[in-house]
Design a protein around this ligand. Structure first.
Ligand SMILES: Cc1cc2nc3c(=O)[nH]c(=O)nc-3n(C[C@H](O)[C@H](O)[C@H](O)COP(=O)(O)OP(=O)(O)OC[C@H]3O[C@@H](n4cnc5c(N)ncnc54)[C@H](O)[C@@H]3O)c2cc1C
Length: 388
């Protein structure tokens, strides 16, 4: 089969990422995991190589590539054993600014995000008392003259301690004063450098994997109205807009994890000799690996299809959701297969299987849980009644 120019670009991208990741081996990620530390050196290296600006158009200093290329980059980072959480966030958060921000905002922020002098890696949506039910979120931004005064609380806001900017979603009109519950929410850029200690408190949350996630407390935080992104009250629409990209990019990380588990598992199954034969000779070991491989290939096709639709501006809600579902399922399937195949060594930190196992478990819950994807497909694709 002849390769298209696009295939060759993608192969080139993959090998550049592989080259970059060689400087960040298992030991790098293992030490960060132990300390629960942010991957500063890795983010710096990605920024310098221009990958953090993949989706930023060239006119604002970025690479001007599509979600397909971004997806390949993230997949390859995870395939090499890394974790791209710090990169995916910047990629899709920036999309809201790009699609709905004013020209002035784009010129002010995007070139700096592209050259790495400003980080836009925090996205403030989830709240402790409303969870997945985003339209019920309680954080209020009340306009007073040329400022919004923000009060409320957010939870699970990742990288807030390591980002300069956060895209916040808050209510600007109380829910009992809007016709539809999706109205009255707004997206506001918060400059964390000016906010922390002046109405914003950040409390880190230690989790089962290294994710730099936090809880935020807003107490009369003042933000200039010029930081509103798009139209006031339309934030939920902008949020939905970025979700397909988010689903595809997270799915890509799952594919990378799955591929990493697959390679480590095959290698170990070939090398480990018990009862005078490699354990991989037993079909009880082979079949779960082979089945998961088939699922991985199918999930990858779906991700490529969703990314292709996204980049050509076509609707891709179903495909993006299916991508995330299948990819998160296969990375979790392979995580389990990897532990089982490695026996006791699957639990040893130095093999990294247990670390990746903890990391990939997240995708069943965040940024969107499997249940909510199934309910999207049931309602919006299959026409079944809304369940909530
Ligand atoms: C490590 C980590 C990082 C995160 N980073 C961010 C971030 O940077 N920014 C941000 O805004 N959020 C972030 N989140 C939040 C994440 O998006 C939410 O945890 C996720 O959307 C689920 O919300 P919840 O935890 O409130 O669960 P809940 O909404 O309380 O749901 C709990 C469980 O019930 C299920 N459930 C709820 N309603 C239904 C229903 N109607 N039908 C069937 N099942 C249902 C859910 O599927 C879930 O399994 C992060 C979370 C984690 C754990």
């Amino acid at each position: 089969m002849t390769k298209s120019p696009q295939d060759e670009t993608h192969q080139g991208l993959k090998s550049s990422i592989r080259e970059l990741c060689k400087d960040f081996p298992d030991t790098y990620w293992r030490e960060l995991d132990e300390k629960r530390a942010y991957p500063e050196a890795f983010v710096q290296a990605l920024t310098q190589a221009g990958y953090m600006a993949t989706l930023i158009p060239e006119e604002y200093g970025g690479a001007g590539l599509g979600v397909n290329e971004a997806s390949i980059i993230l997949e390859e980072i995870h395939h090499c054993g890394g974790n791209a959480a710090a990169c995916h966030a910047q990629m899709y958060i920036m999309g809201t600014l790009l699609r709905h921000g004013s020209e002035e905002q784009k010129r002010k922020y995007l070139p700096k995000v592209a050259d790495g002098s400003v980080r836009l890696q925090a996205f403030g949506v989830t709240e402790p008392n409303t969870g997945t039910d985003t339209t019920q979120l309680k954080t209020m931004a009340v306009r007073k003259g040329d400022r919004y005064v923000i009060n409320g609380q957010k939870i699970w806001i990742s990288r807030a301690e390591h980002s300069d900017l956060m895209l916040l979603i808050a209510r600007t009109t109380p829910v009992d004063q809007v016709k539809k519950r999706t109205e009255g929410l707004s997206t506001i850029l918060v400059d964390l450098r000016q906010a922390v200690g002046y109405g914003l408190k950040i409390r880190p949350i230690r989790t089962m994997m290294n994710h730099a996630t936090t809880e935020l407390f807003f107490d009369n935080l003042e933000v200039p109205v010029e930081n509103l992104v798009g139209e006031e009250g339309q934030g939920f629409r902008y949020l939905l807009d970025s979700l397909n990209a988010e689903r595809i990019l997270i799915a890509s990380e799952c594919l990378g994890d799955a591929h990493w588990f697959l390679e480590r598992t095959c290698r170990y199954a070939n090398e480990r000799v018990v009862f005078a034969r490699p354990i991989g000779k037993n079909q009880g070991i082979q079949f779960p690996i082979a089945r998961a491989y088939a699922n991985l290939e199918a999930a990858r096709l779906m991700v490529r299809r969703a990314a292709g639709l996204f980049d050509s501006g076509k609707p891709c809600g179903a495909e993006a959701n299916i991508s995330k579902l299948l990819s998160a399922d296969v990375s979790w399937e392979l995580a389990n297969v990897a532990v089982q195949t490695h026996g006791g060594f699957g639990f040893a930190e130095e093999y990294d299987i247990e670390r990746k196992f903890r990391e990939t478990r997240l995708y069943q819950v965040a940024p969107i849980s499997t249940n909510l994807i199934l309910s999207y497909l049931a309602e919006h694709v299959l026409g079944l009644p809304r369940s909530y």
